[in-house]
Design a protein around this ligand. Sequence first.
Ligand code: UDP
Length: 462
Amino acid sequence: MENQQETLVSRNRRIILFPFPFQGHINPMLQLANLLYSKGFSITILHTNFNTPKISNYPHFTFISILDNDPEDERFSKSSLINFAPNFIFKQDGADVLRKELELLLALEKDELVSCLITDAFWHFTQSVADSLNLPRLVLRTSSLYSTIIFSSIPLLDDRGYFTLDDSHLEEQVSEFPLLKVKDILKIGIKSDKDPYAELLSEMIKQTKASSGIIWNSFKELEETELERVQHDFPVQSFLIPFPKYLTSSSSSLLDQDQTVIHWLDQQSTESVLYVSFGSISQVDEKEFLEIAHGLVNSKQPFLWVVRPGFVKGSTWLESLPDEFLGEKGRVVKWAPQQEVLAHEATGAFWTHSGWNSTLESVCESVAMICSPFRGDQSLDARYMSDVLRVGVYLENGFERGEISSAIKRVMVDEEGKEIRERVRVLKQKADVSLMKGGSSNESMESLVDYISSLQVSVLEF
Ligand code: UDP
């Protein structure tokens, strides 16, 4: 941890946290839990039996499992639950189960007061449960301010017909959000505001506005221009804290991180390696996989590539790669200690799917990016990183080996790459300064602790 804590509350206040069960949501929630614990709060983590966090890594927390899935239910083996109503995909009704569990916890804690519930923004149904118990609910939003603003405008974009435009419009500008092209909006992956993902986003936005506060995994200097709009559209307190600057998320990794990559990186020259990872959920087909592989090899740069088992649709792991593929320059692993890789001096750039954690981790370690978004908020963050902050090169047209190797050359070899690296270095410095006494992230952390400590909680008597 880079910063020393200042405010400490006495450990008679408990916070109940409920992460959404995916790697990109579990990591920031457990980082937040650790930060709040370091400030003196006791911590209870509610979790589903699907993607249960690594409980043994957190002996200082209490864990309670509250929702079961059917192991035969294929939807849980698919990449994401976000196409389903999150309170109804489990065997039990989420709201019912949560209410009963909270009633128990509130009645149990005699020497401790439960200060609040903090849930992932996607667990939108938790707001009405918290309201019915007079328990303040704060939201952890694990994406950027910018993408959340766009998500809150989906009904408007749908009204204007953007989601049904055909391919001839892909390059056109979105007049309501001039930074974006139509293809960025289409990549979110919704067809109209009636489809399940759009409904999830709409409920998420509504119940975030109804919450007692929003915690963002970000920092003010990164998204300063968006902050004003957020404060206007979401009339509750916002706290911006860049978790990767405080902690790594190794302890919450669901897959084992291959630590041998650090030794391999130690043997490479400074800023020579391209780190490639497309996160915990995205998948490619075999043709795209081979384009990525050829683009990497043709670039002639050393690379460290994370290929998750299941990343290639229809393959277990690397079966479709030609035997001679790796050569001497490349290393492929199933899962890496990403923050340590990004912090390593041999890492020269990060080819990422622009998931928000990956993006922020890259900025926090001042690593230039190549952005290949898949869906959801990723295209919005890719556009922001490439066109607003200019710390990444956006591979806008999918995976094509020629475009891939030329993007790698731009970032790793050309003068342009040096300029990008300089800009991201300045951003990292701003993040570092924001952690110091009087800095924006430090103040946000302090005011979050004060705010939670000041919340009025009613004790349930049974
Ligand atoms: N991650 C990791 N090892 C890897 C690849 C990713 O530990 O080999 C972590 C990464 O540090 C990040 C998270 O997994 O914290 C991925 O979250 P992100 O929001 O970037 O993408 P998602 O997986 O949600 O699409």
